[in-house]
Design a protein around this ligand. Sequence first.
Ligand SMILES: Nc1ncnc2c1ncn2[C@@H]1O[C@H](COP(=O)(O)OP(=O)(O)OP(=O)(O)O)[C@@H](O)[C@H]1O
Ligand SMILES: [Zn+2]
Ligand SMILES: [Zn+2]
Length: 934
Amino acid sequence: YTKQVNESLVFKMLTLKRSESECFLLLCTCRLWQENVSLKDLQSKGVCLLKLQIGSQSTGLYGRSLLLLEPRKHMGVSVLPSNNFGPGDIVGLYDLDGCKPSSQLCTGVVTRISQSAVTVACEDSPDGLNLDTDALYNLMKLANDVTYKRMKKALNTLNGYSSGPAADLISVLFGYSEPGSISQPNDLSFLNTGLDESQRQAVSFALSQREVAVIHGPPGTGKTTTVVEIILQAVKQGQKVLCCAGSNVAVDNLVERLAKAKAKVLRLGHPARLLESIQKHSLDAVLAHSDNTNIIADIRKDIDKAFMGMKKMNDKRDRIHLKREVGELRKELRTREATAIAEVLKRADVVLATNTGANDGGPLKNLPVDHFDWVVIDECAQALESSCWIALLRGRKCILAGDYKQLPPTIKSHTAASKGLSVSLMERLIQKYGDSVVRMLTVQYRMNINIMTWASEQMYQGQLTAHSSVEKHLLKDLPGVASVEETSTPLLLIDTAGCGLSEMEVTDEQSKGNQGEVDIVELHIKALTEAGVKPKDIAVIAPYNLQVDLLRQRLSARHPDLEIKSVDGFQGREKEAVVLTLVRSNRKGEIGFLAEDRRINVAVTRARRHLALVCDTQTVQTHGFLKTLIDHMTQHGDVRTAFEYLQVGPSTHSQARRSTPTEEEQRLTQIKYLEIKGQVEWFLQDPDQTELRFPSSLNSHDRLLVHQVAEELGLNHESQGEGKDRCITVSRPPTGPNEAGEEEEQQALQPAAALEEDSVTGPPVEQPAAPADLKTLHLERMRREQEKREQKKREQEKHLDTVRTAGQTQTAKKAKAKADVDFDTLIDAVVKAERVCSFVKCKTLVIHLGQLCLFCNRQYCLGHHIPEVHGCGDQAKANARMRISKEGVLYAGSGHKDKSVDPNKKAYLHRKLDSKLKDMEKQRKTKPKESDNN
Ligand SMILES: Nc1ncnc2c1ncn2[C@@H]1O[C@H](COP(=O)(O)OP(=O)(O)OP(=O)(O)O)[C@@H](O)[C@H]1O
Ligand SMILES: [Zn+2]
Ligand SMILES: [Zn+2]
């Protein structure tokens, strides 16, 4: 199939950023010519508009034919079917034979699209189209390979470049000669007096370089501010500047700031694609006000008149005559327009375009090749080098600004990447010339210092500082935001390790999702918005599109202003608060493309005042870089376990903030448990009673306790009824040793019923008393982390006290750190072993509901915990018989119930813990002051 498709298309899909729908489009456009995909299908996909008639035909800028196409009128309502056409799209016009190349009449660009009509500027009709106004036509989107063609052309020109204005620059950029400098007056007067020292240095450096200057601007360091100053200084020196960036938005931003500083700017590009506020600086707008415009308009009218006249004519000779006349008029028009464009371009000091918009097939072809002195490329690290060369070929000197520690364009072809396509020009130059071509901006105006420090240390050699205006800013400092825990901390880590919130297994998908993390994000967003943070000030960022979709499903209806995007979609942006979910949670410690450090860097550095990270530290810490982030957040921020959020499901989140059960709550649960147990035992002593019915006033939590007690005593237990009427009954199991097997089966169903009940109110509720060991361990760990941090604080304060004790603390600290590591690995091992059912291939989590088999000491899910199911049947039966004959008591199931951890393992853990605690105590005693504190 690939062979049939134009190979350049495949190349494009591999190398350029293409959305899936675009790829689909490319493919189906090609396929159409091979197979007979019905045109109706294509129309329903929005790729094709069928049976249009020509509403009007006129002549537009550059002498092109503008066709207004409408749906057939006689059909009553004339509305176009819903479609994916937009301004700038490349389209083909076909007669009704279909959309075969042979029936293509012309290609063009959509200039306008409304509900009732689409306007196309035809590209290849030098002498005008002779279209029948009564006929019907099909219009189809075509593969847009313009970008690709422009890059290819630039590379070919580069390849054959021998002499010209850019010769020296090319030589330096490819390493044939060293970059040079030119002396500058010392007393440079800055137009923007507010620049910080690093920005000033970058400006002077840029001015003093002969061929190339690279401005490395980490997140929030005012890169655009600096670039604007550089351009204004260049203009002051009389230089002509061509300024480009990868995206229309970035170019528009520069236009806006330069225009505000009164520079003479001109923006190239289709007006339909520009911000409205920018349109007045566009070439079209400026041309419309130029002196030549009236003359041009007159010629245009003449052409249109001649064209109309041609149709009415019957005499062939007259028609030929008129056609020649129209040709002449068009030629005249093109010359006039070229002159007008050149004039307008020459008057501007700064011409701005997207990287590929600076190609010389467009308006720039009207300028001599050596017109520009400087070429400035912003966001250079995010651009393909080949796209930079389109503009670079026009400059003697270039300024490249960007941050190569953020994401480069996605290269899907491994071959292309390995041959250098994934390395940006900026990165390549820094690798080659190092500090001699680059200056870095070091004061950042975005992040709270605690958010910044991690990025600074990991990505920017620790060189960033936070400007005093942002250094300590928090969400609670925003107007209307209350001071609660969530708005008072710059860093919050919500750790899902050991909580069983695994990523979704989507086998044939690259993308990943994690519903558990969606739940937690929802709860945190709720906490933030309830504290008064505006949804528009919050970003929810996920590395995977699947997770983005899940989050949108859950949150977008309630918070339409909340922005939920992939990391890549947020590059270049900032928000007051960022909630980041890392999604990956698996036993293998697989983290996929989270391993791209720059992706994590971008995600974290979008946040101004608050970063919340939701992740399974267990899984993501397998990656060294992510571990540094976890460590940083643990040390400098608040840490919570996801257990705190799972206590209550999202449907009852009014209580969500009530974190771990307090001692008081635990005590109440204990009392309730004893009370219920008493009732059940009372019931057992009365042989006349067959069942005990609890009142429907019991809440689900209490019902769970009943299930648990009944389970422990080997009784039948069942909930019946719905909602308010739901109540639970406990009854004696049928007697007789031979029925043991049956009972086991029954019993297997009962906990499942309990689970069902709970699933009505949200995720499984933690069973209060029984399988708490894992949780206890986790909480213990969290307590320790907290203690560690408090201790660190104390130590830091003490550090100033005496130099002598400082030495001691150091050794003690080291020993303690080691001890903590051991403790953590111990817990990790337990957590890992106990998370999933031990039955072959079963992946059910057993954290909330699972049972230990006493015969093989393994944890099983409710579907596999019965000894017979997983192979301990014989032992279980023997054991049951033995117990019955010995004790005269019948236990449902095999042997007595013990949902806790295996006693041996438990004892082992206890011993370990005890010795651990003793160790720690000893170490503490060696530090006299601290034992005072305790
Ligand atoms: N010297 C300065 N003094 C005060 N504020 C500054 C200074 N330089 C930049 N800023 C502020 O920092 C923010 C970002 O600046 P700017 O828009 O120039 O950067 P950017 O290029 O858009 O972003 P980034 O630095 O992330 O690439 C703006 O709010 C700007 O006002
Ligand atoms: Zn077993
Ligand atoms: Zn199982």
